[in-house]
Design a protein around this ligand. Structure first.
Ligand code: BGC
Length: 252
């Protein structure tokens, strides 16, 4: 568990890099979160420098506790292995080593949707749920977390399922609704196709839907016809930070 101070969670996103110390008993931020705009280009070194700024900002509250950092990419043992929605310079970067170098702190790096899935499992919509849970985040892309009886299977990347010849996130991410000006009805049709495929392949007991659009869950979730229960995420945009901090503390 955390040594001296609260673990720090940091979420590296396309527009902002956000961080907050996390209260692991409550599953909530222990302090107001700090957001710094993502540098352009968002190369590993430029981003790690911002991560270091966030670490410095919360130095007093977090002491030498571990930090958990999310990236929108596949991460295996700290190394980034995909770059669908991040700068290609991240490919094959040992992000954990890089962040440790910049910050002098022990860091755990994981996929953003996996972090959100962990947070929902420990503190939110999937708390206490047995069986298979799939969390999907609908945003710029589609992220996914697969949890089986409380254990995360990392890096599932279900946003890149190929459906009807399309990369799924290019049809059903919430950014697509915006960019193509889809009505709720049109967007629900796309989501129905997407979640039908998820059901066909994984037969989950519960589907949790996160991402910014989950705040409008009433406009679309009740319209989806699925066998599994489908519910909005509860921790909203806090989930990534909370899940990352929790994992970093658990691994420390
Ligand atoms: C990436 C995933 C990420 C998701 C949400 C996808 O394009 O491939 O790694 O979790 O976007 O950010």
């Amino acid at each position: 568990m955390a040594k001296h101070g609260k673990p720090l969670g940091i979420d590296i996103g396309g527009s902002g890099i956000k961080g907050a110390p996390v209260d692991l008993d409550k599953g909530d931020f222990a302090e107001k979160r700090l957001k710094i705009l993502t540098p352009r280009p968002a190369t590993p070194d430029a981003v790690a420098a911002v991560v270091d700024q966030i670490v410095d900002h919360f130095a007093e509250q977090t002491g030498d506790s571990p930090i958990g950092v999310t990236v929108p990419a596949v991460v295996i043992r700290g190394t980034v292995l995909s770059a669908a929605n991040i700068d290609p310079a991240w490919l094959n970067t040992d992000a954990e080593a890089l962040i440790q170098e910049h910050t002098g702190r022990s860091a755990t790096v994981l996929n953003d949707a996996d972090a959100a899935g962990l947070a929902e499992m420990y503190y939110g919509a999937a708390k206490g749920v047995s069986g298979v849970v799939i969390l999907t985040t609908l945003g710029t892309g589609i992220g996914s977390a697969l949890i089986s009886d409380g254990k995360l299977v990392p890096n599932t990347e279900l946003g890149h399922l190929e459906i009807d010849g399309y990369d799924a996130e290019r049809r059903a991410a919430s950014s697509v609704k915006e960019n193509e000006g889809l009505s709720w009805e049109e967007y629900v049709e796309r989501l129905q196709v997407y979640y039908n495929t998820i059901e066909k392949l994984f037969s989950p007991d519960l589907i949790v839907v996160g991402g910014g659009i989950s705040k409008d869950a009433d406009d679309f979730l009740p319209k989806l016809k699925l066998r599994a229960a489908i519910v909005p995420a509860q921790l909203r945009n806090k989930a990534g930070i909370i899940g990352a901090a929790r994992l970093a503390a658990d691994l420390a």
